[in-house]
Design a protein around this ligand. Structure first.
Ligand code: NAD
Length: 505
């Protein structure tokens, strides 16, 4: 791919192509980021934290341009672009610059002066080096920034390959990063799978990947071959459990938002609702009404890619052919571009793709279940496990049920909004992968511990060569002293140790 072409999701109009990065150039970009990373890592931590604040300010100041590009490339409504992509940058900047340094601080370690005389030790937290950051198109600003902030705070260089569906907004964000951090610390690779695959194999020190399960498997395999640590945040099939005491009006509105935000193109988009029989009827009716009130274009954007639209259509058609109830929507909207009506299905055949595979569109399925236990079992019956929610007026009951859900994030009476909170870890289980972004846990992918020991002992160590019988007795005495024996055994061990020590010196 030498040029990235595409059409606008809102109206199908062709866009000016964007030049792709030649695969042969990627090695050089990694080398440049590595060199710049050495200088960056040498900056005091407080200076790096200050630069994060400057980056957040610069991105917020450029909000209008970023939102315009997001509308062009993803079609998402401006309200979503501001609230989901631009505004969270402020919290990223303030949280990582204020809380992050404590998690990167050097820790002194006390060594037993008898066993290790004259030694000083500490554990430093050092950057991995060059991080390959590979990101999807659904949140083309928020997702890369979530890793860029801690990666740069930790002192890494970064080579970022954004999605081929959102190259323009990526270039805009990258331009801002360059202005704040200088030209080479964060390099941009434009392109698709070929560029992504080449980057993973380009002698990087860590890979942070967010995307589909299929690509995640390839990235994980390639990183495994290169023995490069990889963080993989993959797909989802989020579920909600609605209990008999739920506040139905708030629940219906919350579920609908969780399903339709970003036109459902959200790894934590709500795709499955399990409602107990007592409330399922009224909940289904209200969800259908509310979905019918959503205005495409204003409340719900288009599908970003043609492939995604085709997947959504297939899942809905299969479910309907299998006998599902259609409570709202159910079909493509003919208005130019890539639109699908906000859709609520119910009582879908359990093996249907709409309940088993990631739909990633404005579609939610409501299933009636007998009771709480059946709802939990159905919610957990998935290969994925990113976020899950429980809806009830009884918070304690909600928490107890939430803990039984197999997911990386569980919420009571809300769903999936926590991706924007830097203090809370975001990650999943099963085929959702094992990457974690946000919170100090995100640092695992971006730093490594380095033990530093300085020995001021002037004498040769006791345990160095030559090995002799006294050293062997010393070993036996130490084992007895540290073992479980009673006072007599310990006294004998000390005597044996002293004798051995005398002979050893
Ligand atoms: P995708 O897997 O098609 O692409 C993701 C990125 O990988 C893109 O930049 C792409 O160019 C690149 N890529 C493609 N082939 C590659 C290869 N062989 N080696 C390296 N890189 C390669 O995903 P997408 O369609 O852009 O994004 C949607 C998916 O992302 C959904 O499955 C969604 O659930 C997932 N997602 C997950 C999270 C999370 O936090 N778990 C967040 C957002 C999106």
């Amino acid at each position: 791919m030498s040029a990235i072409e595409g059409t606008r999701p809102r109206d199908g109009e062709a866009r000016m192509p964007v030049e792709a990065t030649p695969v042969e150039a990627i090695g050089g970009l990694v080398a440049r980021a590595r060199d710049a990373g050495f200088d960056h890592a040498a900056r005091p931590l407080a200076e790096r934290a200050g630069l994060l604040r400057a980056l957040a300010d610069a991105i917020l100041a450029d909000g209008e341009a970023i939102v315009a590009l997001l509308e062009e490339e993803t079609g998402k409504p401006a309200a979503e672009a501001w609230l989901h992509e631009v505004v969270p940058t402020a919290d990223l900047g303030s949280w990582w610059s204020s809380q992050g340094p404590a998690h990167l601080a050097t820790e002194a370690v006390r060594l037993d002066p008898l066993a290790y005389p004259g030694k000083r030790a500490r554990v430093e937290v050092v950057p991995r080096g060059v991080v390959a950051l590979i990101t999807p198109w659904n949140f083309p600003v928020a997702i890369p920034l979530r890793t860029l902030f801690p990666a740069l705070l930790a002192g890494n260089g970064v080579v970022w390959k954004p999605s081929e569906h959102t190259p323009r907004v990526a270039a805009r964000v990258h331009g801002i990063v360059r202005e704040v951090f200088g030209p080479d610390l964060v390099e941009l690779v434009q392109g698709a799978g070929a560029q992504g695959a080449a980057l993973v194999e380009a002698d990087v020190d860590a890979v942070v990947f967010t995307g589909s399960v299929a690509t995640g498997r390839k990235v994980g395999a390639a990183a495994g071959r290169a023995l490069t640590p990889a963080s993989l945040e993959l797909g989802g099939k989020d579920a909600a459990v609605v209990l008999d005491d739920a506040d139905l009006e708030r629940t219906a509105r919350g579920l609908l938002w969780a399903a339709m935000a970003n036109a459902g193109q959200n790894c934590a988009g709500l795709e499955r609702v399990y409602a107990v029989a007592e409330v399922a009827g009224p909940l289904k009716a209200r969800l259908g009404e509310l979905a019918g009130e959503l205005v495409p274009g204003r409340d719900v954007g288009p599908l970003v890619t043609e492939a995604q639209l085709a997947t959504v259509e297939r899942h809905v058609r299969e479910a309907v052919d299998g006998g599902a109830e259609v409570l709202a929507g159910g079909e493509r909207l003919e208005r130019g571009g890539r639109w699908f009506a906000p859709t609520v299905l119910a009582e879908v055949e359990p093996s249907s793709a709409a309940l088993r595979e990631e739909t990633f569109g404005p579609v939610v399925v409501v299933q009636t279940v007998a009771d709480e236990a059946a709802a939990v079992a159905a919610a957990n019956d998935s290969r994925f496990g990113l976020t899950a929610s429980v809806w009830t007026r009884d918070a304690a009951r909600g928490e107890a049920v939430a803990r039984r859900l197999r997911a990386g994030v569980v919420t009571v009476n809300n769903h999936a909004f926590t991706g924007a909170i830097p203090a809370l870890p975001w990650g999943g289980v099963g085929e959702t992968g094992f990457g974690v972004t946000n919170s100090p846990h995100a640092l695992h992918a971006l730093v490594r511990p380095r033990a530093v020991v300085v020995d001021g002992n002037a004498r040769p160590e006791l345990y160095w060569h030559p090995y002799d019988e006294a050293l062997e007795r010393l070993g036996k005495g130490m084992a007895a002293l540290r073992g479980k024996g009673g006072p007599i055994t310990k006294v004998r061990a000390v005597a044996r140790l002293l004798g051995a020590l005398r002979r050893r010196f």
